[in-house]
Design a protein around this ligand. Structure first.
Ligand code: 1CP
Length: 319
């Protein structure tokens, strides 16, 4: 269960007086915040506390994570010279990640740690738009109008995310998740032409590590088979598509991850139980399933309800 949004009082307490990006560069805080939901809920895996734009900050982009907004980039990337000036990421750019993962693998013992990075399209969207976007119009304008520049930008982002994921695996992450949160804004034809070669190169560079690769997006029902073909071992499914229907689209060569609607957490206890049961029922015949909330936990979610969801999933799936 991804915790982005961080609904816990203990999270708000340790974050007091620290910006998001500062917190991401302090190994003690990264380790503590990563552990909080594991301690409270007994979830089966931890996800590193960080953000997809952190490696961009680490290589020198002037960007901030603004509370209640998200990543904001001072000088949106739209010109050749800006892409030419983008550097590579080396382990020395993110020493705190290596250190935090070292602390975490010691504390987590047998509980797996999931590392993650942004996929090139989703990172490109933040860089080109300059911040969160509904329609990704500047990103698409660049993509359609200047295909050379687009592929140059995507290739650089692929190298940065691949290097960042390799740092995490080398430090001890036992699985990685590639977040292409906004790629559902594209048609399948455009995905194949403008995105897939890059995500494929990124994911295949991770194959040699042997860790499971999870590939996630929102609104990607039409793209699932392509996201599988990009090289994933696990494909994330959002709540718009039942897991059994997603399985018909991707076959049984991959495991599915999903897909409780995060908004369900705000319903009555019996409604929450019914919805969780529906997800597990839909996953009954899958060769493998990772239960999670489609798009992470909303910040105002009630921790008691989340604890009940974890208990229910554990009760129903206990062997
Ligand atoms: O549990 C965790 O803390 C995991 C760490 C995590 C992850 C996996 C954070 C912390 N962010 C992410 C990934 C992330 N960040 C994604 C991909 C996953 C997804 O689809 O949600 C995306 C798109 C972002 C970008 C981002 N960062 C947003 C979304 C903005 C938009 O475009 O709508 C936001 C709000 C952030 C800030 C952020 N990242 C993480 C946290 C805890 C926060 C809130 C900031 C804060 O608490 O001050």
């Amino acid at each position: 269960m991804r915790q982005a949004g961080r609904s816990l009082p203990e999270y708000r307490k340790v974050r007091e007086g620290t910006t998001m990006l500062e917190a991401c560069t302090r190994p003690d805080l990264v380790a503590e915040i990563t552990m909080q939901p594991v301690r409270r809920y007994g979830v089966d895996a931890a996800i590193l506390f960080s953000d997809i734009v952190l490696p961009l900050k680490a290589i020198g982009f002037d960007l901030d994570i603004v509370p209640g907004v998200g990543p904001v980039v001072a000088d949106p990337v739209r010109r050749h010279e800006q892409v030419d000036a983008m550097g590579e990421l080396t382990p020395a750019d993110v020493p705190y990640i290596t250190e935090a993962i070292g602390l975490l693998t010691a504390e987590l013992a047998a509980t797996p740690l999931i590392g993650f990075a942004g996929a090139p399209f989703t990172l490109a969207s933040y860089l080109v738009e300059g911040g969160p976007s509904k329609n990704h119009e500047n990103t698409k304008a660049l993509m359609y109008s200047d295909e050379n520049l687009w592929h140059a930008l995507m290739a650089k982002l692929t190298d940065i995310s691949a290097a960042y994921l390799h740092v995490q695996v080398a430090a001890g992450a036992s699985a990685i998740q590639l977040f292409d949160s906004w790629v559902g804004a594209l048609s399948a034809v455009d995905y194949v032409r403008y995105v897939m070669p890059h995500s494929q190169r990124l994911l295949s560079s991770l194959a040699e590590t042997g860790v499971p690769r999870i590939h996630f997006g929102v609104n990607t029902g039409e793209l699932l088979p392509l996201m599988r073909d990009a090289g994933a071992d696990v494909v994330g499914v959002d709540y718009r598509l039942a897991l059994a229907d997603a399985a018909k689209r991707v076959g049984d060569s991959v495991v599915l991850q999903g897909n409780l609607d995060p908004a369900v957490i705000f319903s009555s206890p019996s409604a929450v139980r019914t919805q969780v049961d529906a997800v597990l029922d839909s996953a009954r015949d899958l060769p493998g399933h990772i239960f999670n909330l489609g798009h992470g936990v909303l910040p105002t979610s009630d921790p008691e309800v989340l604890a009940a969801v974890v208990r229910q999933v554990h009760e129903r799936t206990a062997r």
